[in-house]
Design a protein around this ligand. Sequence first.
Ligand SMILES: Nc1ncnc2c1ncn2[C@@H]1O[C@H](COP(=O)(O)OP(=O)(O)O)[C@@H](O)[C@H]1O
Ligand SMILES: [Mg+2]
Length: 268
Amino acid sequence: MIGLSLLSQKGGVGKTTVALNLSFAFAKRGLRTLVVDADPQGAIGLSLRGKTTRDARGLSAFALEGATLDDVLVSTREPNLSLLPAGRVGGKEVDILYSQLSSDDVLPRLLGEAASHFDLALVDAPAGLVGPSIAAARATGNVLIPVQAEPLSLRTMPALLERVGSLREQGHDIRIAGVLLTMTSFRQDTALAVLEEAWALYRELVLETHVPRDNLFAKASAEGVPIGLLTRRAPPVAAVFDRVAAELEERLGILQGEDQGESLALVD
Ligand SMILES: Nc1ncnc2c1ncn2[C@@H]1O[C@H](COP(=O)(O)OP(=O)(O)O)[C@@H](O)[C@H]1O
Ligand SMILES: [Mg+2]
């Protein structure tokens, strides 16, 4: 199983949106995918409608009550996609869960249990370069860095790269799977300038696909669904995540061992 976590210093850059929609895309492409909401404030849980998600015991029961992964997994409409919501976390438990998730105990144990059921585990953590997000980076070994097309988000990149570098020096094997530009726009000068700068400074890291700013994301989030399920036929912007998934499959080496090189004849 491959692990991948979302990492950003700044909040509001699109991490949770990416985690939800990208995991849906991976599942659609046939990978047995687990998306873990490692944000004690329950970001993915809040983004989805459905009683099962709301009432789930989730990661909090796994971390604090000795539940097994099987006890707390939530299956979804998409057969290859399972969800682990943060769970019900009362005021008192937030701090305890936060420190549990920051330890090197819970997430590695969780991923260990997930390895026999899944091809890929995607972990969404809160913003910041401390606590659960760093523990998630260490546990998964691969990070995807969303950078919002606005100057502040880009300016946090050097600190983030330095942090990843220092974790590597401490012996943690962490690979940057890519930088994903989010909320992009070609009509707005400041957004465009950020894209150009990101491409110039971090060419090797930046994925070719970027996620445009689109009001449908607000709509999908209001409806509590991934964007691919907003309408019966997925809207065009949903296809972006299919491309991100395809790029990451290559970068993460997910398809190694499969007969990648062989083309398939269209007719016999
Ligand atoms: N590509 C996008 N276009 C428009 N709005 C977006 C896009 N991506 C995210 N958003 C909105 O931006 C806000 C922050 O996104 P979110 O995914 O919660 O970020 P984070 O998890 O990094 O805090 C949300 O209201 C979300 O609906
Ligand atoms: Mg979030």
